[in-house]
Structure formats: structure tokens, C-alpha cells
Design a protein around this ligand. Structure first.
Ligand code: ATP
Ligand code: MG
Length: 314
């Protein structure tokens, strides 16, 4: 089983206008609601790939109920921990020409200590043996700063493999629990190791340092340059073909889904790297916030070039 954790989800309200004129009335051409959040997007991408998962996290109020309804309609299974406060609603104003997206992001609800402990109790109720738990995104107000450390420690004690996709302090705290895998992008890795990392060898060496500190698999995604996978004895680079990019939103989440889907299916690290790069690149072919389509992913898989990175220390 694959679980995803989104502690700070958002109900995204997309509003389409011809042009946005501030301090005036604007006619809305179309609108839609979208259950947003990085872990939720991993669940959604897994669904596109034909996999199953369960989305976990906090949900509250009317916005929360709407999100659950939307996810149900998409076939994404969820088991959220209820909170008293309202799940945040983000406004995204989109214009066609020029193509712009103006985001108004709410800070989100405060989670109480009782609700945080209820979430940990929910985790303990799951059968996590042989499971994967993908932990991604930011933390809501009110949860402890070491929330990712606590979650990863708990789920790995219960037999799961934790996969962490986070930035800054969340990544640093999570790393202390030695997650099974991490998926920083290059900027996130630079911040984590506090180095500029220019060459392939430097990226792989930084990933190898994290691997030696206890992370079994370090995936580093580098946008159109593809991704690196570093594990004991493995130094792999997966390079996608040049494609016509429509939107890079969700490329990272799709890559995480592709990697976990491959690994849970018993694929080799090389195949997981290939699949992660293919799902990430497939997401860039889709417009807006759409994620990897299975058809695009399968078409890309044989076009991903796999290299062994030389000159990198083991
Ligand atoms: N411009 C691009 N062309 C081809 N493939 C891309 C491009 N951008 C991203 N990808 C694919 O998607 C994967 C993940 O992308 P990226 O490194 O941008 O993730 P990220 O920064 O974590 O994204 P996110 O904003 O979703 O968190 C890359 O490894 C690559 O395979
Ligand atoms: Mg990312």
C-alpha cells in the first residue's frame, strides 16, 4: 500500500478572466475547484498510473468536505484527520493573453496539539508493514517543527518506507529520521547541504553524503536535465528527451509517484529512475496543473537515457 501525507492541503479555486484589472470589476469566464496539495498530487498521479494509494492529512470545515467530495469523484481514496478550523482556500486568477496566473494563498488553519496527536494515532491504526509513506509539502501552523521527524520515525518503526519531498527546515528535520528515500530538486539539495553544486559529480557527491548519513535512496530532480538516483553502489542519471513543455506544475510530484510506483512494483533502481523521469516529463506535456498521463508516460519510458555518473566518489 502507498500512503501520502498532506498536512497543509488547500482547496484551489481557479478563476478565469480575460484580463485582470485591479480596482475594477472583472467578468469571470469560467471557474473550477481543485483539491490541492503535494501529497494529494502524488496520490492523483499514482491513480493516473493505475496504482492505488490513500491520502492522509488534515481536513476541516466546508472547504475540507468539498475537497473530500472532489477526491472521491476522482477516485482518490482518502482518510483525513478532521480538524475544527477550516481548510484553506487559495484563489488562482488565470488570464489567457498574456497567459498569467495570480495566486492568493491563505495561511491555512491552526492545528491544535490534540488534532496533531489524533493524526499520529491514525497512523498507528494503519497496517504499515511493507507500505510506502510519501511525506511532502509544507507544515500547517500549530504542528511541531519536527513533525516530519516524528512521522518518519513512527511509520518506519511500524515497518513502512518513508519517502520525503520537502524543503528547508522540513527537509532538514525529516533527514534526522533517516527516511528510506528523499526527492529534493537541485535548489532544495543545495539548501540542504549549503553548497552551490554545479557539476554532475558535485550533485552526486552531495547526494552520496546524504546516502551515507542513512537515506537509502537519494533522488535529485533537475528539471529538464532529468534526475539523479544515488544509492549504495548506484550512481544513475536519467535524462529525458527535449519535449514541448506546456506546464511544469506537478512535475516533481509526478516524478515521486513514478519512483514509488516502480519501487513498489519491484523494479530495479535503474528502471525506477527511468520511470520517475518519464512521469515527471509526462507532467510537463500536460497543461496547467494536470499531472502525468499514463499514455505520455509509457511513450516516454523508452526515450529516457540512463547514464552511470563517472568521477563521483562512492
Ligand atoms: N522542462 C522540462 N523538460 C523535460 N522534463 C522536465 C522538465 N521539467 C521537469 N521535467 C521532469 O520532471 C522531473 C521533476 O521536475 P523538477 O526537477 O522540476 O521537480 P520539482 O522542482 O520538484 O517540481 P515541483 O515544482 O513539482 O515540486 C525532472 O526530473 C524531469 O524528468
Ligand atoms: Mg518539488
Amino acid at each position: 500500500m502507498i500512503y501520502t501525507v498532506t498536512l497543509n492541503p488547500a482547496l484551489d479555486h481557479f478563476i478565469e478572466v480575460d484580463g485582470l484589472v485591479v480596482d475594477d470589476a472583472n467578468r469571470v469566464k469560467g471557474e473550477c475547484l481543485y483539491a490541492g496539495g503535494k501529497g494529494i498530487d502524488v496520490s492523483r498521479a499514482l491513480r493516473h498510473l493505475g496504482g492505488d494509494s490513500m491520502a492522509l492529512g488534515f481536513i476541516g470545515g466546508h472547504n475540507g468536505r468539498t475537497m473530500v467530495d472532489l477526491l472521491k469523484a476522482e477516485g482518490v481514496t482518502c482518510y483525513f484527520t478532521p480538524i475544527t478550523r477550516e481548510t484553506r482556500r487559495d484563489i488562482v486568477v488565470c488570464t489567457g493573453k498574456p497567459r498569467t496566473q495570480t495566486m492568493l494563498n491563505a495561511p491555512g488553519p491552526v492545528v491544535t496539539p490534540v488534532e496533531w496527536h489524533a493524526f499520529l494515532t491514525h497512523l498507528r491504526l494503519l497496517d504499515l508493514r511493507e507500505a510506502y509513506v510519501v511525506v511532502s509539502g509544507s507544515l500547517p501552523r500549530g504542528v511541531p517543527a519536527d513533525a516530519y521527524y516524528q512521522i518518519i520515525t513512527l511509520v518506519q518503526k511500524l515497518g513502512a518506507r518513508a519517502v520525503l519531498d520537502a524543503d528547508g527546515p522540513c527537509l532538514r528535520e525529516g533527514l534526522k529520521a533517516k527516511p528510506f528515500a528523499i526527492k529534493p530538486n537541485l535548489s532544495e539539495l543545495r539548501r540542504a547541504v549549503r553548497k552551490s553544486l554545479r557539476t554532475d559529480a558535485e550533485i552526486v557527491a552531495a547526494a552520496a553524503t546524504l546516502n551515507r548519513s542513512g537515506v537509502e535512496i537519494v533522488l535529485v530532480s533537475c528539471g529538464r536535465r532529468g534526475l539523479f538516483v544515488v544509492s549504495d553502489g548506484a550512481r544513475i542519471r536519467a535524462v529525458p528527451p527535449t519535449v514541448k513543455v506546456r506546464s511544469t506544475v506537478g512535475a516533481g510530484d509526478s516524478a515521486v509517484a513514478g519512483f514509488v510506483f516502480g519501487h513498489a512494483g519491484g523494479k530495479s533502481l535503474e528502471e525506477c529512475a527511468r520511470f520517475a523521469a518519464a512521469t515527471g516529463t509526462a507532467a510537463t506535456l500536460a497543461p496547467g496543473n494536470q499531472l502525468c498521463a499514463l499514455k505520455d508516460t509509457l511513450r516516454l519510458v523508452p526515450r529516457i537515457k540512463i547514464h552511470v555518473v563517472k568521477g563521483a566518489s562512492r
